[in-house]
Design a protein around this ligand. Structure first.
Ligand code: ZN
Length: 81
């Protein structure tokens, strides 16, 4: 007897294949306390939080989101010139 059919579960969405899982995202957050995240890690975390309300909420309590946004702004500024 099937009790839980993962219908419409996020993992069936191809977009989510590119995204970090929430577990990975929070792992990166705690990692960022130990060392600076690489550009790729920051970007992954950034895109995840843009799409995931839960993690955005979680990151709101940290200064990491601020740093990421700051880094992103810098990046766009440099890319424009
Ligand atoms: Zn998430």
């Amino acid at each position: 007897m099937e009790t839980q059919t993962p219908r419409n579960h996020s993992s069936s969405n191809p977009m989510h294949k590119m995204m970090l899982s929430c577990y990975k995202a929070t792992e990166l957050v705690s990692l960022s306390y130990e060392r600076k995240l690489s550009r790729g890690e920051q970007f992954k975390l950034y895109t995840h939080t843009m799409m995931c309300k839960g993690c955005r909420q979680f990151l709101k309590n940290t200064e990491i989101l601020d740093n990421m946004l700051q880094a992103h702004k810098e990046y766009e500024k440099n890319a424009k010139k």
